[in-house]
Design a protein around this ligand. Sequence first.
Ligand code: NAP
Length: 475
Amino acid sequence: MYLAGKWVGSDRTTEVLNPQDNTVITTVPAATAEDMLFAIEEAKKGAKKAANLPVHLRMTIINKAADYIEDRSEAYAVTISQEGSKTIKEARNEVKRCIQTLRLSAEEARRINGETIPFDQSENGENRVGYFYRFPIGIIGAITPFNDPLNLVAHKVGPAIASGNAIIVKPATVTPLSALLLAKAFDHAGLPEKILSVVTGNGRDVGDVLVTHPDVRMISFTGGLETGESIARKAGLKKLSMELGSNSPAIVLKDADIKQAVEACVSGAYSAAGQNCIGVQRIFIEEEAYADFKSSFLQKTAMYKVGDKRLETTDMGPLINEKEAIRVEKWVNEAVEMGAELLIGGKRDGAFYSPTVLENVPENCTIAREEIFGPVVLLYPVSDLQAAIEKSNDVNFGLHAGIFTKDIEKAFSAIHQLNVGGIMINDSGDYRIDGMPFGGVKGSGLGREGVKFAIQDMTEPKVVSFKLQNVGTQL
Ligand code: NAP
């Protein structure tokens, strides 16, 4: 692992498995609470170095890290695909996005601005001039999930370094290699020691130390709601950024281009084997378009190629492990036992789970309310837009939503009423660029990532006021 700028090993190790066949790719240190405490102690010195690093050097280092990754794109993609669920095609896309996230971070470093303050708006502000500027908060603890093991780490490391902070990453235990490769890029780029650590340990063993330590001033977490809530309860008085999950809705109105809607919803539902925080889970279709949409959606689902992640022709790989595939299977079976109809899929082979479509799913099924995080879609006919909006909002999540319609009034109606962090018109909610504000409401999280917005969270304003005596009158 990468501890305060040094590559270190340990006698205690964790195997990193390829979920496709459970072969061991390699082992990484199983860090202890003491390792994490050491990383924090060193990060205190790192935070000072980071804050004093001139912006032009921060930019150079981040861009060099991006260059390093660009030169080795295929190797990075192979690692993502080996340790995670993604097919090689999906993994290549993640590498591209990581490079973009880093370049954006370098760019945004020069735009961490303040503002002058018109103090004389108050009586007690006469004869004063001043401003606020943003300064780094110090040490950031970053906890990341398995499903985008490179780019989601870059979304924390890039903005943290751009804004002059030290950062300690605790990657998901099952996918630590991509995060270590990111550290390697920064190491090669000349990032001063102690600014970055990647501590490969189990959440239970090292998580609490990071989350509860008073010198860690912010926890930037991406992961599930349950873990997020438990971290929020323990963290105490520090900043929190919570990028959590969802069971995203897509609304298809009768005037929509059905072909376009089907294509977007199929890829939105099954990309990364459905292990995608903005993946499409619930589709509400106006009754008049339901039969058309359903038959075309099932046709496309049947054509989806599940198999070996290494092959260019594969559309979908396995879930992250067999345990997760068994959970998905259980939730689908529960829905079927409670009266849902299985239209296609529902088959498990080890960690692989076939693309699955259900209809008539009772409202009280787990799958109707929680995040499936697997390749399963629920279809619902609805009488009109209003019914679709109400059903979309009737869950404890609100990350992204999509609506397909040619009617601008209806699109705006959805924009105003859907309680989510992002709405895509004529696309599924599975759309993101790395420079837009990204995050959710309700159980989907707190705060926004998207480089510029993460930088906002990773810095604090500091106000400066000069009290003046005799500066003369203005012309
Ligand atoms: P998870 O189980 O919540 O784990 C996320 C991270 O938290 C892992 O690094 C995990 O470590 C760590 N962790 C677990 N217990 C901890 C503790 N007590 N203290 C500190 N850290 C702890 O999530 P996941 O299964 O990896 O990822 C799937 C979830 O992430 C889904 O809900 C998905 O929607 C969400 N997600 C959200 C976004 C977004 O941007 N909104 C993006 C991607 C994913 P271990 O691996 O060691 O357990």
